[in-house]
Design a binder for this molecule. Structure first.
Ligand SMILES: Cc1cc2nc3c(=O)[nH]c(=O)nc-3n(C[C@H](O)[C@H](O)[C@H](O)COP(=O)(O)OP(=O)(O)OC[C@H]3O[C@@H](n4cnc5c(N)ncnc54)[C@H](O)[C@@H]3O)c2cc1C
Length: 476
């Protein structure tokens, strides 16, 4: 028996493919026999029967389909040595499959939330996403966020905008005509995630520091895994004590696993599980880390203005003047400093303005959730992390990859992502990814979806390749 074809058919509707095979596909001169998962093709040609009979094998091709990762796979096996018209049959099968089931990239529907809730509006399109978001704290808010994020993302990919100018250079003093806030700073950090770590250290070194963050400080919902050797740098630099580092570790793993799906590749290309015991082996309590660094910043004389948004920066020969918006009062403030540090992450408008021609060409759409409990104890040992894991082949044009990091108590943080080349025909879809996530999580790790207790969800579009620069420093 020999496998003679293996195809991915980019549709989650495997029943439709089976139905087409059984009722529409015309294999030519041979007989078609229906089976539970496809068809058998029986040759009426007697010339190849000899070898089949010698081995007591039927003179047949077996064609069957199955579903993994919300897509369909098809294989054809030949029982005997030869099958009459095999090449023609396989070519016809492949051409017709490609024609009948092409790649398609569904778009979220246009919705009108004045008439219905987001759950009602999306239930028919993303049934499992709606079902499980309804079980999450803030599910309605988060589903809205995911939907509108995707709409903005699609619009941006299809109609790329010129970056908005947010940095202005002046020969004259930038302050002329501006009512400035009284104090001036050595360093102004915009962005209070990784920014606060750097800011706290510089404040300890004696600089006068201001940190600006759009969200309530410390509540930015980050899940940070790190290697022990990396976090040790914060001790070596004198920012944290060894005891403080221990207090922000939610979980330390003995090992982390990396394994890509290789069931259908030749043996010599298969590789064993890669063990990375010292990589990302510490799950941090990010809120505690941010709060601790915030306290250090303040106790060294620094200030944090949170719920404050960066609007623009005017730079002259001696200083930078920032226009900031206090989001609670909606009022604008001006503040000056000697150095502006952009820590706004990959969505930074400064990075965008400074790199207009190097806009990202590849992204990592990432979805996932923190599961508080509900997996059976034997499913995952919390002393281990799954750094990178794929449980299936390419599906609908993507190689899906899982990450799983245990946190405090029974918590498991689980992500699903893929690398994606930005393309107006196929901008990628977070909503489809969520539907994938909720469908195929039980394929990846055994669970009863209805017993899982969801803590919160994760979503992001990592911008990859050219905009990996996280902090741009405007040196005066
Ligand atoms: C799902 C997921 C899992 C991840 N897991 C890991 C991991 O395990 N380990 C790891 O090392 N990394 C991980 N990362 C990557 C890591 O989160 C980022 O690399 C890191 O957060 C980047 O930090 P940052 O401070 O540069 O940017 P961000 O974390 O994006 O922070 C930028 C900050 O700037 C603020 N900001 C933005 N615009 C403005 C504005 N106009 N005005 C004021 N403030 C503004 C934002 O509110 C935000 O707080 C993960 C990312 C995601 C999305």
């Amino acid at each position: 028996m020999k496998e003679i074809i293996y195809l991915e058919i980019p549709t989650p509707d495997t029943a439709r493919v089976r139905d087409w095979l059984q009722n529409s596909f015309e294999p030519g001169t041979c007989d078609k026999i229906l089976t539970s998962d496809g068809i058998r093709l029986k040759s009426s040609d007697t010339t190849s029967v000899v070898s089949a009979i010698t081995e007591k094998l039927p003179n047949e091709l077996s064609v069957f389909v199955w579903n993994v990762q919300r897509t369909t796979y098809l294989k054809v096996f030949r029982w005997g040595e030869k099958f009459s018209q095999e090449i023609q049959i396989l070519r016809k099968l492949t051409d017709e499959v490609r024609d009948r089931f092409p790649h398609n990239y569904p778009e979220p529907p246009v919705i009108d939330l004045s008439k219905q809730s987001i759950f009602a509006a999306l239930a028919a399109h993303y049934p499992l996403t709606v079902k499980y978001f309804q079980k999450m704290p803030n599910g309605e808010y988060d589903l809205n966020r995911a939907y509108w994020w995707e709409q903005r993302w699609r619009e941006g990919v299809r109609n790329p905008q010129q970056p908005k100018q947010v940095i202005f250079s002046h020969h004259e003093a930038a302050t002329s005509g501006f009512p400035l806030s009284s104090s001036s700073y050595d360093l102004i950090y915009i962005g209070g995630a990784l920014g606060v770590i750097h800011a706290a250290l510089m404040a300890k070194l004696g600089y006068k520091v201001l940190l600006v963050e759009r969200l309530p400080f410390g509540k930015m919902n980050r899940e940070w895994n790190i290697s022990r050797s990396e976090i040790q740098n914060l001790v070596n630099l004198g920012l944290l004590t060894a005891a403080e580092v221990e207090s922000i570790i939610a979980r330390e793993y003995k090992d982390g696993f990396n394994k890509f799906f290789d069931a259908y590749i030749p043996n010599q290309l298969k590789s064993p599980i890669l063990h990375t015991p010292t990589v990302l082996n510490i799950a941090l309590d990010s809120e505690k880390l941010l709060t601790l660094c915030g306290e250090k910043l303040r106790s060294a004389g620094g200030e944090i203005w949170d719920e404050t948004e960066f609007i623009k920066a005017d730079i002259d020969a001696s200083q930078v003047v920032l226009t900031l918006k206090d989001l609670s009062s909606q009022s604008q403030h001006l503040v000056s400093g000697r150095l502006l540090v952009d820590a706004m992450g990959t969505a930074s408008p400064i990075a965008w303005q400074l790199n207009p021609k190097r806009a990202f060409d590849s992204v990592c759409p990432t979805v996932g959730a923190v599961v508080e409990s509900g997996f059976e104890p034997e499913v995952w040992d919390s002393q281990y992390g799954d750094v990178l894991n794929s449980h299936g082949d390419i599906s609908r044009g993507r190689q899906l990859i899982w990450e799983l990091f245990p946190g405090e108590n029974k918590e498991l943080t689980i992500y699903l992502f893929h690398y994606h080349q930005v393309n107006p025909e196929n901008p990628g879809s977070l909503m489809e990814m969520y539907e994938d996530f909720f469908h195929i999580l039980p394929e990846y790790r055994r669970c009863d979806m209805d017993k899982l207790v969801w803590k919160n969800l994760r979503l992001d579009i990592y911008q990859d390749i050219s905009v990996l620069v996280v902090a741009i420093v405007l040196l005066l």
